[in-house]
Design a protein around this ligand. Structure first.
Ligand code: ASP
Ligand code: MG
Length: 505
């Protein structure tokens, strides 16, 4: 890893014209410092005690490391903000707004009291939070009178969760004696297009952030999720966008690593609720991490780590409840390929659709029509499979899209071609993920043998030619057994001997 070297010279006056290198060797004290971006959200920022906990946790990594913190809103606040916005537009009740602002004020004031001891810092933060809340209240009242809620106002409203949390967190850092300033995403240099609700950073963002945040002084606290467009209007990066903010910032300031503090001990071999022997994976590749998230292991949204991937910056998932444990390191090339597969994951909110008919055989364009019909209806396709007999095509879609998918297919496909469209909601997709599968023969054999032993009927199979995952569909009632059997078959319960992710090396 590229450490930044900080060289402090005992005596920089060099009459004999020694080279810096010699100086460095002879009298300098050389130490290395790691630059980290740390993102906190969810339970880690649920209340004032947790915010103080965050400041304490970070102080344990200082001053030997440079740290930039990215924070989400206090847990649940974004949802409440949005709910009140919708109610205001619909019912226009100013009384409800006042009551909601009262509850929000109370919650944040309590957080201030829990997170900060110094009366002076408390008072400062309280005043800032009160100012923000008063602006928020005005916006809600405007919505009540107008009776409409635009995408732009939704972003403005939902930005307040982070806007309220950041000053409190920064206050907690100062209370513990660290130098700290807080920034909104826009202040920090995240400038996006005006695609409200799902804004994307403009190229200049990366330069701006570097300009504004470096050299790093104290511990800067940046609001996740929110940014602004070129006109200075607040935008947001999409739900759960704080992870994305952290990656953007990490990539802009050339961080050595980006740490996502979560409630889980890292990325796990499977859901411990399904298989209690699930283990933390010490190290996985970006590709594996993405495959895992596509299949329901909601550790990190693939989009969230994109900026890190572009720069090849390692990403780490760490557990707030166990800060010293290394968690899972996500890197470009995973060398520690113990084991062929790394994880098994399931996604149960899916349904299987099968389109069949003898007329489909040898008729070009059938698949195109199926996919066009589904795309037009806004149906997201998760898996696809067609046997070489061509008599049927199976697709897996999200549960909630099933009805409109069937409707669209019945409407758009030529009747003479399609004999039957069958559907099954009661299914679960199982996926095994691991780049060790690439070019390794026999993985599918072991996998489906294990299913046979467990008496699990496999209804559909799909493997992309990248070979990083094999996914298949089973009856929902069989899913748990399938996962347990796979976990055992591939030795995932045994952990990684000597394969610790290491602290930062
Ligand atoms: N507060 C935002 C949300 O709840 C962003 C985040 O937490 O990542 O979606
Ligand atoms: Mg289902």
């Amino acid at each position: 890893m590229g450490y930044r070297q900080y060289i402090i010279f005992a005596n920089t006056a060099d009459e004999r014209g020694e080279s810096l290198y010699q100086l460095d060797r002879r009298r300098a004290r050389v130490f290395t410092m790691t630059r980290l971006v740390m993102k906190f959200g969810g339970v880690s920022v649920a209340d004032g005690a947790r915010l103080r906990g965050v400041a304490e946790l970070v102080s344990g990594f200082r001053p030997d490391n440079e740290v930039v913190v990215v924070t989400s809103a206090l847990q649940g606040v974004t949802d409440q903000l949005l709910e009140c916005a919708r109610a205001s537009a619909k019912d226009g009740r100013v009384d409800d707004v006042t009551a909601f602002i009262g509850r929000l004020t109370e919650r944040h004031n309590q957080a201030i009291d829990e997170a900060i001891k110094s009366p002076q810092i408390r008072a400062e933060v309280r005043a800032e939070v009160a100012r923000k809340l008063s602006n928020l209240e005005k916006a809600y009242i405007g919505i009540c009178y107008l009776g409409e809620l635009t995408a732009r106002s939704i972003d403005y409203i939902s930005s307040f969760g982070e806007q309220l949390a950041a000053p409190i967190l920064s206050g907690a850092f100062r209370d513990l004696g660290m130098d700290s300033r807080h920034y909104t995403g826009g202040d920090a240099g995240i400038i996006t297009n005006s695609d409200y609700g799902n804004a994307r950073p403009l190229e200049k963002t990366y330069e701006l952030i570097a300009e504004r945040l470096t050299p790093i002084r104290g511990v800067p606290i940046v609001t996740g999720f929110i940014a602004q467009d070129e006109k200075g209007v607040i935008t947001t990066l999409g739900r759960g966008g704080s992870d994305f903010s952290a990656s953007i910032i990490g990539s802009a300031i050339g961080a050595d690593e980006i740490w996502f503090w979560k409630e889980t001990p890292g990325v796990l071999t499977t859901d411990p609720k399904i298989e209690p022997s699930a283990k933390t994976i010490p190290s996985i590749s970006y590709v594996e991490a993405m495959e895992l998230s596509y299949f329901g292991a909601k550790v990190l949204h693939p989009r969230a780590i994109e900026p890190a991937i572009k720069k090849g910056i390692p990403v780490r998932v760490k557990c707030t409840f166990d800060p010293q444990s290394p968690g899972t390191r996500i890197v470009k090339d995973e060398l520690n390929q113990n084991g062929i597969i790394k994880a098994v994951t399931i996604s149960s909110n899916v349904a299987l659709l099968t389109i069949s008919g003898a007329e489909m055989i040898g008729t070009p364009g059938v698949a195109a029509q199926v996919f066009t019909a589904l795309a037009r209806a806004g149906v997201n396709i998760i898996m696809i499979s067609q046997g070489s007999s061509e008599a049927n095509i199976s697709v897996v879609v999200e549960d909630k899209h099933l009805d409109k998918a069937v409707e669209a297919l019945q409407r758009d496909l030529p009747k003479e071609m399609v004999r039957e469209i069958s559907q099954n909601r009661d299914v679960t997709a199982v996926a095994i993920v691991g780049s060790g599968m690439v070019g390794t023969p026999g993985v599918a054999g072991r996998l489906f043998n294990a299913m046979g032993r467990a008496g699990v009927n496999v209804q559909m199979i799909s493997q992309g030619s990248s070979e990083h995952n094999i996914s298949f569909v089973v009856d929902s009632g069989d899913a748990k057994r399938a996962v347990q059997e796979i976990h055992l078959e591939f030795g995932l319960n045994q952990g990684w001997a000597g394969g610790s992710g290491g602290e930062t090396s």
